[in-house]
Design a protein around this ligand. Structure first.
Ligand code: UT7
Length: 329
């Protein structure tokens, strides 16, 4: 077998949607309170896209910043992969809009939908292309406009989600000199497909006046059941990622920002302390595929990633799907 090319993260970017929605804004819409939301989720506010925006607009802004931070021009990209469950259109892929919006004239483009595991799936895919010698410069993104699919009368779901995008440029590690992807894993259990889902709008339940009236295109979830699964899976993934390495070398864990209580319970299960974990759910809520790259970018900006130390990404979501990545910064 030909030797694999080691892959590194050259640069990252972020785009938070512009409309700030505080918990107090939701008090006016449903029977909830700022206190309940903060205590049960850790969320204080989230961002929603503006009426004229959609997911590709957030991706283009985040992608542009990631390219700038990488010192790479859009024309040098070989591939654009967007992890999203809320593309602008069902057809064509969001990634094609990003490719043309950035001027990535030489790049192929496609979306992956693994819900909240979307960014890690895009990362895994981009890494595999470079490792196999099929591409050298890949832009991977996680991005959502979840606000377009929220039932604003369902307090169990509408308070949880936000819109945003995060991006990372992947290149051979010989070029980046940092951020080497050491290990990554993806998993799924489709028997749990109805724990978090949007039933309507696809081929099974096409959009009709009846399906719209029943709100079948909205995101629904069985939160309590997801909670239990999430804590165990997140803890197991962290342990799997660091197996064979010295856990003391981990400078930061960047988890899917699903719920501050889920993250805390998982970290407690691992036996670590929260000071090694990056959490920004208070500002953005759960942006699904965008949480990990948005948190990664902010963690880098805040100097939380130390050269030579290990970084762990973990995510899980609808499907069910899950993923983990270990990086040496
Ligand atoms: O990224 C993957 C997608 N995300 C998820 O799947 C979310 C995972 N789950 C969670 O984050 C948590 O389960 C939630 C935040 C969704 C709910 O927290 P919980 O501690 O599991 O609450 P619960 O569902 O057990 O509900 C407790 C109570 C219920 O009232 P009763 O039955 O005890 O009277 C709910 O009706 O809280 C009530 N409740 C609310 N109260 C005020 C549910 N939503 C709200 C709300 N405001 N927004």
């Amino acid at each position: 077998m030909a030797s694999r090319v080691a892959v590194g993260i050259a640069g990252t970017g972020i785009c938070a949607a512009p409309r700030v929605m505080t918990n107090h804004d939701f008090e006016k819409l449903v029977d909830t309170s700022d206190e309940w939301i903060v205590q049960r989720t850790g969320i204080r506010e989230r961002r929603f896209v503006a009426p004229e925006q959609a997911t590709s607009d957030l991706c283009i802004a985040a992608g542009r910043q990631a390219l700038e931070n990488s010192g790479l021009r859009a024309e040098e990209l070989d591939l654009v992969v967007v992890g999203t469950l809320t593309p602008d259109y069902l057809l064509p892929a969001c990634a094609t809009l990003v490719q043309s919006g950035l001027g990535a004239t030489r790049a192929g483009a496609f979306d992956v939908n693994a819900a909240c595991t979307g960014f890690l799936t895009a990362l895994h895919t981009g890494e595999a292309f470079i490792a196999a010698g099929r591409a050298r410069n890949v832009l991977v993104l996680g991005a959502e406009s979840l606000s377009r699919f929220l039932d604003m009368s369902d307090r169990a779901s509408c308070i949880l989600f936000g819109d945003g995008a995060g991006a990372a440029v992947l290149r051979p590690h010989s070029e980046t000199g940092r951020g080497e992807i050491l290990r990554s894993t993806l998993g799924a259990d489709g028997s749990g497909y109805d724990l978090i889902h949007m039933r309507g709008g696809g081929a099974k339940i096409p959009p009709t006046a009846e399906s719209l009236a029943k709100g079948e295109h909205f995101i629904r979830l069985r939160g309590r059941e997801v909670f239990r699964f999430a804590v165990t899976k997140m803890a197991d993934l962290i342990l799997e990622m660091v197996e064979g390495f010295d856990p003391a070398d981990v400078c930061v864990v960047v988890p899917h920002q699903v719920n501050a209580r889920i993250i805390e319970a998982a970290i407690e299960r691992v036996g670590w302390s929260m000071d090694r974990v990056f959490v920004n759910i208070d500002k953005y809520g759960n942006t699904s595929a965008a949480t990990v790259p948005m948190a990664l970018h902010e963690a880098i900006e805040q100097g939380r990633l130390q050269p030579g130390k290990l970084v762990v990404f973990v995510a899980f979501g609808a499907g069910l799907t899950w993923g983990g990545t270990l990086i040496r910064w």
